[in-house]
Ligand binder design. Sequence first.
Ligand SMILES: O=C[C@H](O)[C@H](O)[C@H](O)COP(=O)(O)O
Length: 268
Amino acid sequence: MAIAHPPFIGSEQATVEAALMVSTPSPSRPPVILTQDELKKVAAYKAVEFVESGMILGLGTGSTAKHAVERIGELLKQGILKNIIGIPTSKMTHEQALSLGIPLSDLDTHPVVDLAIDGADEVDPYMNLVKGRGGSLLREKMIEGACKKFIVIVDESKLVKHLGGSGLAMPVEIVPFCWKFTAQKLKLLFKDAGCVAMLRTFSETGEPFVTDNGNYIIDLYFKKDIGDLKAASDAILRLTGVVEHGMFLGMATTLIVAGELGVTMKNK
Ligand SMILES: O=C[C@H](O)[C@H](O)[C@H](O)COP(=O)(O)O
C-alpha cells in the first residue's frame, strides 16, 4: 500500500525524517510516499521519543514494535539512551533485542515496568485493543499489564469502530488438551454473533501453531458486533482450558497512529 504523504510539521517532521531519513518536503519537491511499513516505523519512532534513560521497558512484538526495538537499540548504541533494561514480550523480540545489545530482564526481577511500546491488530475509539495475531498475547498482556505507561503504535489501517470489526481473527490462547472441546465452547459463547472458531495452523503443514508458552491459539471470527466487551472477556476467561484472550481492555494509556494525514496521538 503506497500513500501520498503531506508534509509533516514540528516534531512530527523530525520523527518522519528520523524514521525514513528523508529530506524535508517542499512545494518544489513531491510529497513523501509512505508504504504501510514506513507508517509503522513513523509511529514507532514517535513512541521512542518517550523513552528516557534508566527506564525499564516492555518491548512489544510484531512488525510495528520491531521498529521501536530497533530504534531503542540504535539510541543505546549512540549513547543517547543509557541504562535501559528491556523486558521482551516474545522469544522473537528477545532475539531481536539481544542482537541489538539491549540489556534484558523479566517480570520476576522487575515487576514494575516504566513504559511498554507495542503494536495492535485492532484499536477501537476507546483505545481497547485486539492483539495476538502474531501469537504473543499472553506475555504481552502480562508485561503491558505491569506497565505504568503503555503506548500503542499503529498505522491507520488498524482503527475499527468496534473490536472484531475488521472481520479478522480475535485470538484466544488455550491449552492443547482437548482443544476441540474448548474451541466448541468458545464458539457457543458467541453463537448470537455468528462466531466461527478455528485452530490456528501453519498453512504449509497443517500443524498447529504453538505459542512461546507451549499452547494453541483459537482464532474467533464474528459476523456481528459482540457487544459488551467486559462481559465477553469475563465469559471467555471463565472457560476452563482458556489461558488468555487477545482483547486488551482499558490497558493502553497512549495511542500513536501514523496515517495519510500525519501522526496523531491520543492519551487516555
Ligand atoms: O501477537 C502479536 C502482537 O499482539 C502484535 O503486537 C500485533 O499482532 C500487531 O502486530 P503488527 O504490528 O505486526 O501488525
